[in-house]
Write a protein of this length. Sequence first.
Length: 102
Amino acid sequence: MSDSHSDRNVRDEVSELETKSVTAARLFDIRRIIGGLFVIYGVIVTIAGCVASDDDIDKAQGVNINLWTGLGMLALGVFFLVWLKLRPTAPPTPPLEEAGKK
């Protein structure tokens, strides 16, 4: 009786740990980190481009480089976040030992 009870507890704990592992893998997906950073920095650089003075624009030979760079960073960050949303991380495959037992 206690063997079946402990086996069930072990299986429950293993399935809970697998669920946490999948959640952690999705949370720390590199696309989320890169996309988030590019969006944050893109907003900052775009704001800097919007408030740029004429002297700053003249230094860059008439091109508002902060505005264009910020918009490019925003586009790249949104691309990474959309990619993450459309193609989420696949859950890890079970070990071969467990697949053979079933």
